[in-house]
Design a protein around this ligand. Structure first.
Ligand SMILES: Nc1ncnc2c1ncn2[C@@H]1O[C@H](COP(=O)(O)OP(=O)(O)OP(=O)(O)O)[C@@H](O)[C@H]1O
Ligand SMILES: Nc1nc2c(ncn2[C@@H]2O[C@H](COP(=O)(O)O)[C@@H](O)[C@H]2O)c(=O)[nH]1
Length: 365
């Protein structure tokens, strides 16, 4: 049974520390540029080609957040990097993550419109459902802002280098400073099983729209330009000069908010409570919404001793796992709905237990 044979991943890989690795199979050695976060690899691995574009690597005995990895050889990201680097010998690692936390939510709109206020309300009411993508910025921190919580406050030279190294999903020059969303900031939230919220300007929203991140885009409008000015003044966080710059930029942002195809929803933040209720409605969070985290439960398969693949289902036999019920030691890993991938994580994996029958498998959970 099975389409592609699994093989034990004994192929040696040695790093020279520059992201360039030597892969050896038999006597042949090829120099390959290896991108992404590399897993620590021992020889106790299973590797299974999934079509032409990637290899699934199962680390035997590793923890649930470290046991599935993908070595991408011909995905859109790798193809793009091959062009950038001018080499055909490029691969990229991506960590496999069970389940899918729901589409990230991009919230955009002019400075002072109330984006932060609405996001804070959502996170307070649904703490285990939503997580905030902490942006990087070169602007100075305000009183009460905490590094790593509100922003990662960063030197421009450091941020520029990280942008060059492909660590940012999007970045933009906003009101005279550099702001950006790192790939890691979004992935950290999704890894925790929460839905990621991004508070970014309109230029950033355009970049995310053009990226591989499948998100919902919401634009927040003020009831009037005068109200926007009042709110910015009452917040009292900007000098008069900075405030004027933000108000000038708001005119362009309000125009761009109407760009066809950019935003999925537009909300007017007049009465705060009413706007918050509209936001919850469009996210499907009515009064009866379950406020708990609904992420996929984690099942482990520490030691796999048999792997076979039929279509998009991978059958894993794990006899050393003692659950007190030998029939529970078979699992199916469904790879039919893979999402994302390098430079972030590969998501959408589904794992469930099965029991063996004389001529096949039956489902347990
Ligand atoms: N509907 C509303 N009515 C009156 N005041 C509001 C309303 N919504 C938010 N505010 C107030 O407006 C000010 C600006 O709000 P907030 O900081 O959330 O804006 P923002 O869009 O996140 O701004 P920035 O983009 O600069 O971070 C705050 O003082 C907030 O309390
Ligand atoms: N393109 C991006 N814009 C961002 C990001 N983080 C915040 N922002 C936007 O900047 C302005 C100003 O924010 P402030 O905290 O200085 O008031 C605001 O419109 C934010 O939405 C980002 O990562 N990328």
């Amino acid at each position: 049974m099975g389409e592609a044979p699994a093989f034990l991943f004994d192929d040696l890989q040695k790093s020279n520390g520059n992201g360039v690795d030597l892969f050896c199979r038999g006597r042949e050695t090829t120099t390959i540029v290896v991108l992404g976060t590399k897993p620590s690899l021992s020889s106790d691995l299973w590797a299974l080609p999934l079509g032409e574009d990637r290899v699934l690597v199962i680390k035997n005995g590793a923890s649930t957040d470290d046991n599935l990895w993908f070595l991408e050889v011909d995905t859109p990201y790798v193809r793009q990097q091959k062009k950038v680097l001018g080499s055909d010998n490029v691969v990229a690692w991506s960590k496999g993550v069970m389940g899918y936390a729901g589409k990230p939510i991009v919230i955009s709109g002019p400075s002072g419109v109330g984006k932060g206020t609405l996001i804070a309300m959502l996170m307070k009411e649904f703490p285990s459902m939503f997580g905030f993508s902490v942006s990087h910025t070169t602007r100075a921190s305000r009183e009460k802002e905490v590094n790593g919580v509100h922003y990662h406050f960063t030197e421009r030279s450091v941020m520029e280098k990280d942008i060059k190294d492909g660590k940012f999903l999007e970045f933009a020059q906003v009101h005279g400073n550099l702001y950006g969303t790192s790939v890691e900031s979004v992935e950290v939230v999704a890894d925790s099983g929460k839905r990621c919220i991004l508070d970014i300007d309109v230029q950033g929203a355009k970049s995310v729209r053009a990226s591989s991140l499948d998100a919902i885009f919401i634009f927040i409008c003020p009831p009037s330009y005068e109200d926007l000015e009042k709110r910015l003044r009452s917040r009292g966080t900007e000098t008069e000069e900075q405030l004027q710059k933000r108000l000038r930029n708001a005119k362009g942002e309000l125009e761009q908010g109407k760009s066809p195809g950019l935003f999925d929803h537009v909300l007017v933040n007049d009465d705060l409570e009413a706007c918050y209720q509209s936001l919850k409605n469009l996210l499907g969070l009515d009064k009866s919404a379950d406020k708990t985290n609904q992420s996929v439960p984690k099942i482990g398969f520490p030691m796999v001793n048999l792997v076979s693949k039929v279509g998009n289902k991978i059958y894993l036999n794990s006899t050393m796992l003692n659950l007190g019920n030998a029939s529970k030691n078979s699992f199916v890993l469904d790879v039919s709905s893979l999402k994302g991938g390098a430079p972030g994580r590969t998501r959408g994996l589904d794992l469930y237990s099965v029991f063996s029958l004389a001529n096949g498998f039956g489902m347990l959970s």
